[in-house]
Ligand binder design. Structure first.
Ligand code: ZN
Length: 444
């Protein structure tokens, strides 16, 4: 041996540090200053755009926003040319790690599925979604690779596997795999798509396993679904005690539970147990919406898919379009907090529909309200992760001093024509995440 064991360990440490510096921040750009000048800013909340302003980003965060031209130029300068600048968009319900149908997914090579997920994550960032909340699926590795700068994609708030009771919305097993005990753990469970758990102690274990992997929040299936095999749409899933166990295990880690639920019974039971985010909620009734609004619980509907645009709403899904309409009317009436999410998964055709959610919501909301949902309201929802927020220390979904430097420069005014966001290739001229420029088609 030409070096001692001790020396070789030091050598490995030096190499590791070098590799970290090389790959952790793409081009080291996150630490450089970035100036966006002549920016008319939608800050995520206010109806009025700012006067042409200078937005200064340093070390990934917004340092200052000042009216007029910059006092001094330094670092990289992008002239927005009085175009509209938005906070980076947030999708509160999406599945980057489900890049094929459930039937196909179980037969894919896991690394092939992972590469497909990486491509879809890149697509999401280029559609202007600088942050996503993953509502179920193995995205811990995807998140890590993006955060390290190895892959291009949004910030990810992972949930890990969706936790489900036997015969619930997350029971992906084949009919032949009748029980866990006689077949071993199903491949979908092994790979982290779903996690079956029955009884309080099993639910506690399942929640804690996701937290161990770094879940930012916990996803539980609390009622019947459309894409699952063994659960009638009207079924209520998990007993009060099981839901409470999940909520407590999450709360002990400082975070919260989001549930898949359509019906009043499943939503009410979840809210009473302390769940903070109701995914879908499309079949809710008036008293339950009132309860949600009173408790400050978020509803997280998906207008485009559940209007029947992507696939026909037939069979047990036939109730969805009218339910969605009623749900949105009730949410408006009681001023419930409405998240912006798309639930796209399953393949390139579905992921490509992500930006269609903006105009699908025009049936109920004006462009300003929709933009608030996709920025500051979603930012408020993500903040519920508390100490488990992977991007704590700066706000998401707003452009103000101290917020993350995530922004878009848009051609045209989406506060007037939100349909502009449906053509991101053409209309998103600049995309910045954490002060790093991922796209810039403006003249230097
Ligand atoms: Zn979903």
């Amino acid at each position: 041996m030409w070096i001692t064991h001790r020396c070789s360990r030091q050598f490995v440490g030096v190499v590791a540090a070098f590799l970290y510096l090389l790959f952790a921040t793409p081009g080291g750009a996150a630490n450089a200053e970035l100036l966006i000048v002549n920016a008319r800013i939608f800050n995520g909340r206010d109806a009025q755009l700012s006067a042409p302003s200078t937005l200064r980003i340093s070390e990934g965060r917004v340092v200052s926003i000042t009216a007029g031209a910059p006092v001094s130029l330094g670092g990289t300068v992008i002239d927005a040319g009085n175009r509209v600048v938005l906070p980076g968009l947030i999708d509160a319900h999406v599945h980057p790690s489900i890049p094929a149908s459930f039937v196909a997914l179980r037969d894919l090579q896991p690394d092939y599925a992972a590469h497909r997920s990486a491509a879809e994550a890149r697509g999401m960032l280029l559609r202007g979604f600088t942050t996503i909340r993953d509502m179920g699926g193995p995205s811990f590795g995807l998140k890590q690779a993006i955060d390290e700068g190895v892959l291009v994609g949004p910030r990810i708030f992972p949930s890990g596997a969706m936790i489900s009771q036997t015969s619930g919305h997350g029971d992906f097993r084949h009919r032949a795999a009748s029980t866990v005990s006689n077949t071993g753990i199903d491949v979908m469970e092994q790979r982290g798509y779903g996690r079956l758990a029955d009884g309080e102690s099993a639910v506690l274990l399942a929640v804690r396993e996701q937290l161990r992997e770094g879940a930012a929040q916990i996803k539980v299936a609390a009622g019947g679904g459309l894409s699952s095999n063994y659960d009638p749409l009207d079924s209520v899933q998990y007993l009060d005690a099981e839901l409470r166990a999940a909520v407590r295990a999450a709360a002990d880690w400082g975070t919260y539970v989001a549930v898949h639920a359509y019906t009043p019974e499943s939503i009410r039971r979840s809210v009473e147990a302390g769940v903070r985010s109701i995914e879908h909620a499309h079949l809710i009734d008036e008293p339950t919406m009132k309860l949600i609004a009173q408790r400050g619980v978020f509803v997280s509907p998906q207008a485009y898919l559940f209007s029947g645009n992507a696939f026909p709403m037939t069979g047990r899904a036939a109730v969805m379009p009218s339910g969605l309409d009623r749900m949105m009317q009730l949410a408006k009436k009681y001023e419930a907090k409405i998240a912006f999410g798309t639930d796209v998964f399953g393949g390139p055709r579905m992921y490509a529909l992500q930006s269609k959610e903006f105009t699908a919501r025009l049936r109920w909301f004006d462009p300003l309200t929709i933009l608030r949902q996709a920025t500051s309201v979603n930012g408020e929802l993500l903040a519920l992760s508390g100490p488990r927020n992977p991007y704590a220390g700066a706000a998401l979904g707003v452009l103000e001093p101290g917020a993350w430097g995530d922004l878009l420069v848009v051609e045209g005014n989406p506060l007037v024509d939100i349909g502009l966001l449906e053509d991101p290739d053409k209309n998103l001229r600049v995309i910045v995440k954490g002060g790093v420029v991922y796209k810039n088609t403006l003249a230097p």
